[in-house]
Design a protein around this ligand. Structure first.
Ligand code: GDR
Length: 315
């Protein structure tokens, strides 16, 4: 029942909208040009859409790339949040804001088994530092100006629409190519021992909406509560096509980050107690869904049919 507007960055080449097209949503969403670093464009977009709710999901979201582009990352992921909040502060203060915060703000586990809203935050990448700025800015604007602004502290959330640069989809895309005999290349990975809390994105995204429907603005961890290593991910993904992952992968220094967080596992008890959050999809089910989708895409490719633009041969 919502009327949805989404912002797009205008560039000289065609805008990447393949996910909306694949979901049949193109044409149902009102697309408005805007850029998080350009506050004038945000004023224009917000006055055009006149939203009741804003979901700030825009970001330079690749942790690895933030080491190469710290400045851009900070402009978009930190100051961009401030820009949106300033537009609301001097405009319609009744607009509710969801801020996509991130488990990366913790920078790893301290002593506790799993991380909750109050766990210490020691960011370990330009991305994480920027997201922590956004996190605190949201809390500060909530207290100082009474704006209904919330942080969803989401741990990894993956789906068939993940970009290929992220580890989950990089693996499932490669597994699909191996299954169909489309590549002889080895999959080059970085830190296989990293432990992450892998959830299913559609279920996590629903919680973003739920947070804005609460009586009071607050921050919530959204996680499965269970950690798995990258090695476990790759092992199970290859087992689905009856192959041994060790024959198809190699560790490459180029995929290692200057700093990587060893373990991030969330404790979603607060979200569970307040609005019945539950992850619903297991780690194995998530990998099955992703491998199946990539095999389907590559089969279509073999038949000469259309496939999403980011499925690159031999990638
Ligand atoms: P992450 O996602 O950094 O957790 O951030 P990513 O999939 O990039 O990395 C997960 C872990 O896997 C290790 N890894 C590799 N990562 C990538 N990308 N490529 C590799 O080849 C590779 N090999 C091992 C990484 O070092 C890391 O430990 C995601 C993003 O969606 C963020 O925007 C979001 O905030 C957090 O999840 C929650």
């Amino acid at each position: 029942g919502y009327e949805v507007s989404g912002t797009v960055r205008r560039v000289s080449s065609p805008t990447n909208l393949w996910r909306l097209a694949d979901l049949g949503l193109l044409g149902r969403i009102n697309l408005i040009p805007a850029d998080m670093t350009d506050v004038g464009s945000l004023i224009a977009a917000i006055s055009q859409a006149q939203p009741n709710e804003i979901f700030n999901l825009s970001a330079q979201s690749f942790v690895g790339a933030s080491f190469q582009m710290p400045h851009t990352t900070a402009q978009v992921d930190a100051l961009g949040v401030l820009n949106v909040l300033e537009v609301i502060r001097y405009g319609d203060k009744s607009i509710k804001v969801y801020q996509a915060s991130s488990s990366e703000i913790y920078g790893g586990m301290v002593d506790s088994e799993s991380l909750d809203e109050n766990s210490p935050k020691n960011p370990a990448s330009p991305y994480a530092v920027s997201k922590l700025f956004g996190f605190h800015t949201v809390r500060m604007y909530r207290k100082a100006y009474g704006i209904f602004a919330v942080n969803g502290i989401l741990f990894n959330h993956d789906s068939i629409y993940r970009g290929l640069e992220f580890v989950s989809r990089k693996i499932t895309n490669h597994v699909a190519q191996v299954a169909l005999g489309l590549t002889k290349e080895k999959l080059r990975l970085g830190n296989l021992d990293a432990i992450r809390d892998f959830g299913f994105a559609p279920i996590c995204v629903e919680s973003m909406w739920t947070m804005l429907q609460q009586d009071k603005p607050d921050d919530f961890v959204i996680a499965t509560g269970i950690g798995h290593s990258v090695k476990e991910f790759v092992e199970y993904a290859f087992s689905l096509i009856d192959e041994d992952w060790r024959e198809y992968t190699e560790v490459s220094q180029t995929e290692m980050r200057p700093l990587d967080v060893a373990r991030l596992v969330g404790n979603p008890a607060k979200a569970r107690a307040q609005f019945g959050w539950s992850p619903q999809v297991t780690f194995r089910e998530l990998i099955e869904i992703m491998v199946e989708a990539d095999i389907r895409r590559w089969k279509q490719y073999k038949l000469g049919k259309n496939f999403p633009w980011d499925v690159v041969v031999g990638a």
